[in-house]
Design a protein around this ligand. Structure first.
Ligand SMILES: NC(=O)c1ccc[n+]([C@@H]2O[C@H](COP(=O)([O-])OP(=O)(O)OC[C@H]3O[C@@H](n4cnc5c(N)ncnc54)[C@H](OP(=O)(O)O)[C@@H]3O)[C@@H](O)[C@H]2O)c1
Length: 332
């Protein structure tokens, strides 16, 4: 059958230039495989870093882009049991989800609750577990503790606000522009501040001088230093993103005289280390909450595969109102 894929044959500094929508002939699913009609797949910052060649793992070329997503079972290959046509499924990480269809191993598909929003579930695999683990894996946190995060209007930031509140952890949410404040407040952000040189002073005023144990940094550059400056002595900065494209700046004054720790977090490392039971517990819980609508991230725009260049351009732009999703058209 004919299928549309967003492919790239080379990596380069401009992600829009390297990505192409291509029509290909897809063979019928083989033994143990399932043909899945893809319903939704996000464009995450890591997808853009993969296209530009600066991500932590890079697929062999040529490749079909897209890491995570959700689809509907279209056809079962020989010998497949336990799945049925029409069933909503979570696609395995890294299977090339910016496509109208994909043939995937049946054993790697996770059945999803019928009737749940496929667009929200399409964003399940990467950002919600990252937000959850940033709060549990870096430093011990108790109810009543304070954390500070930047890029708080990002998808990770939005999930983190909600998950922290559920655990009784207070959040100070930093955004880089006034226009992003409202969306973080609407997501439940207790304290939302625009980044700036006087951040520490404003954090003190807003929290009444609370001790902040953990700073969660998606930006790097001078933004890391501004978060470090807000921490209590002995606190930790965890960097998990590189939105500024700059190395993390943390003054030796913090590291030497205040005992501030600087560390990193990558979901892939946790995933490789965690046991199957631990992974299943985390993903099972997050799936149910997203399916029930308790956890969600804003969506800015949806694009067909044929418009992949516009989609990637939109995702690469700052100041979005949420995620850019690929939602392939299936009837043309
Ligand atoms: N380490 C891991 O395992 C892991 C896992 C998942 C995600 N991540 C990382 O987490 C970060 C957030 O991902 P996401 O999918 O939640 O992001 P997203 O929803 O696409 O949002 C991007 C965020 O970055 C901000 N931003 C963009 N350019 C910036 C710049 N030059 N300086 C400062 N802020 C900037 C945006 O602010 P505006 O709205 O103002 O543009 C927005 O808050 C990314 O860096 C991603 O790579 C890491």
């Amino acid at each position: 059958m004919k299928c549309m894929q967003a492919q790239y044959a080379q990596r380069g500094p401009d992600p829009v230039a390297v990505i192409e929508a291509v029509e290909v002939e897809l063979a019928a699913p083989r033994a143990g495989e399932v043909l899945v009609e893809i319903l939704a797949s996000p464009i995450n910052p890591s997808d853009l870093l993969t296209l530009t060649g600066v991500y932590g793992v890079l697929p062999e070329l040529p490749a079909v882009a897209g890491n995570e997503g959700v689809g509907r079972v279209a056809e079962l290959g020989p010998g497949v049991t336990g799945l049925k046509p029409g069933q909503l499924v979570l696609l395995p990480l890294g299977c090339g989800t910016w496509a109208s269809h994909v043939a995937a191993r049946a054993a790697e598909l996770v059945p999803l609750p019928a009737g749940a929003d496929p667009q929200q579930l399409a964003m399940l695999t990467i950002n919600p577990p990252t937000a959850s683990l940033l709060l549990s894996e870096v430093t011990p946190l108790q109810p009543g503790d304070w954390v500070i995060q930047n890029a708080a209007n990002s998808a990770v930031g939005t999930y983190l606000v909600k998950l922290a509140a559920e655990r009784g952890i207070h959040t100070i949410n930093v955004v880089r522009r006034e226009g992003a404040v409202e969306s973080v407040q609407a997501a439940g952000g207790e304290i939302v501040l625009v980044d700036g040189d006087d951040l520490k002073k404003r954090v003190r005023q807003a929290t009444g001088g609370a001790e902040i144990k953990l700073a969660i940094d998606a930006v790097g550059g001078a933004a890391t230093e501004r978060l470090a400056n807000c921490l209590a002595n002995g606190g930790t900065v965890v960097n998990y993103g590189v939105m500024s494209g700059e190395p993390c700046h943390v003054s030796p004054t913090h590291l030497i005289f205040r005992g501030i720790n600087l560390t990193g977090f990558w979901l892939a490392t946790w995933y490789a280390r965690a046991g199957a039971e631990q992974r299943a517990a985390l993903y099972g819980d997050l799936t149910q909450r997203i399916a029930r609508g308790e956890l969600k991230a804003p969506i800015a725009e949806c694009f067909d595969i044929r418009d992949i260049k516009q989609a990637v351009a939109a995702a690469a732009q700052g100041e979005r109102g949420g995620k850019v999703l690929i939602t392939p058209r299936h009837n043309s």
